[in-house]
Each structure stands twice: as structure tokens, then as C-alpha cells.
Design a binder for this molecule. Sequence first.
Ligand SMILES: NC(=O)c1ccc[n+]([C@@H]2O[C@H](COP(=O)([O-])OP(=O)(O)OC[C@H]3O[C@@H](n4cnc5c(N)ncnc54)[C@H](OP(=O)(O)O)[C@@H]3O)[C@@H](O)[C@H]2O)c1
Length: 259
Amino acid sequence: MIRFLMGCAAILAGLSSAQAATVLITGSNRGIGLELAKQYAEQNWSVIATTRAPKDAAELQALAKAHKNLRIEALDVTDFAAIDALAAKLKGTAIDVLINNAGILGGEPATQKMGNLDYKAMELVYRTNTMAPMKISEAFLEHVAASAQKKIVVITSGTASLTNVKPSQFFVPLYTYRMSKTAINMGFRAMAMELAPRGIFVGILAPGMVETRLLQQAGSGGRGIDAPKSVTGVMKNIENLNAQTSGQYIIYTGDTVPW
Ligand SMILES: NC(=O)c1ccc[n+]([C@@H]2O[C@H](COP(=O)([O-])OP(=O)(O)OC[C@H]3O[C@@H](n4cnc5c(N)ncnc54)[C@H](OP(=O)(O)O)[C@@H]3O)[C@@H](O)[C@H]2O)c1
């Protein structure tokens, strides 16, 4: 009898671990990344929450305490050797959803205008917002390929849309930021094409205007939605990623954004 019960317990444990999907998120210590970590943890995903300074990430540490299914890993996304080292450390771990969330604005709007452009800042923005999501996707490709869901996502921005650059009372050029996000949209669009034969789906997902530090810095604080609302929509879009939606530019409401 005891042996029978132990057998049942082992089968149940095996089933539940087979069902726990894994998500890796960059920039998980605040803003949209922290909310993604929270909502995935609450939905019992196995969450690998990365941040460049785990010791300073008080809210993320509290989340890890409350959720045994969330672990924190250090990752500065501009450090490509560190990306390779984390991929090697996690070798053999299937990652169902890889979320490239970490991003920077590159300075306040006044510093992103003709006559004021800061090319050093531009390099850092491209490395963070454009090159790092490519590098991370490349480094973790086999982890994703080994998973059940096989999804790679970048958190892009509506400001990357060429069509939507129109005169309005709120228009700010934000050259550096816009250019970095338009470039990563193209990278992920091409990635969707390349990886389709392997059954890997690629999400180019805009969160909307969200009340975070980045929106404050952009001078648009108070005009956004809250992070939980945005993230609930983004996670729905990730859930709905499939062969048809892969490589599309989609905002948190589920609507497509014109390129
Ligand atoms: N808020 C919006 O309205 C909005 C709109 C469109 C798109 N987005 C995008 O959403 C993403 C998240 O932004 P957010 O709004 O949540 O802004 P946020 O509150 O400023 O958070 C940005 C996150 O990125 C991390 N990060 C920056 N550089 C990093 C690096 N080198 N290595 C690791 N992490 C790094 C930050 O970590 P540290 O604390 O260590 O700096 C922080 O966790 C970004 O890609 C942003 O472009 C936001």
C-alpha cells in the first residue's frame, strides 16, 4: 500500500513538473519586468528573473521570498560574456518564453533633439535595446528550442512605428530611443522568418504607455496605464503567439501596430 501511494505521489510530482513552464525575463527588478515576474510567478510558472544588481533589487527579493518558483539571476544585458556565462549555467534548462524586457530611454527628450544628440548615449542605447535582445536570443536559442512553447519576445515600443510618426501636440523626436526600437523590430521580424521552420514563435510586443521610471524620464508621466494592466495584456499576447502572430508588431490590447 505504502509503495503504491509513493508511486502515485511520484507520478503526480512528475506531472506537475512536466506542466510547469519556464520564463526568463531581463530587467526584472522594476517597472514592466518586475510586474511580468510577479504575474508569471503567481500563475505558477518557473520564473528566472534576471537583474543587473540582485542585491539592490528589494522588491524582486521580496517576490522571490513569497514565491519558491521564482529565482533571481544576475545579468547586465550589455555584458555579452555574462550572457554567454548565464546560458552555459542554464544549459539543459528548457525555457518556454524568453522575454527581452530590459531597456533604456537614452536621456530625456531635450537631449534627443537636433543640436543636442549624445552619441555616447546612443551607443549604450543600441547595445541595450537592440544588440542585447539579439545576443540573448542567440545565446538562449537552444534552451527555447528544447521547450514545449518555444517563444522569444522583445518588449518594443509604439514609438518605433514609422507610420505613427505624425505631428501632434505630444510629439517628441526621441531619436535615439525610437531608432533603437525600430531596429530591434526589424531584427525580430527577420528572426521570426528564420526560426519559423524550427517551430519557434517570435513576439514583437509593445506594452503601451506605462507608468514606470522610463515614462517619467520621457516626460510623459501621468499619461500612461499601470503596469499590471499592461502586463496582463502582454502576457495574453504571449499566450496567443503562434505561427500566424509570430513576427507581428502587437500592442498590449492585442491590436497590431502599423510598422
Ligand atoms: N513604460 C513605457 O511606457 C514603455 C513603453 C514602451 C516600451 N517600454 C519598454 O519596456 C521595457 C521596460 O521598461 P520600463 O517601462 O519598465 O522602464 P523602467 O522602469 O525604467 O525599467 C527598465 C528596466 O530595464 C533594466 N535595465 C536597463 N539597462 C539594463 C542593463 N544593462 N542590464 C539589465 N537590465 C537593465 C532596468 O534595470 P536597472 O534598475 O538596473 O536600471 C529596469 O529593470 C523597456 O524595454 C522599455 O523600452 C516601456
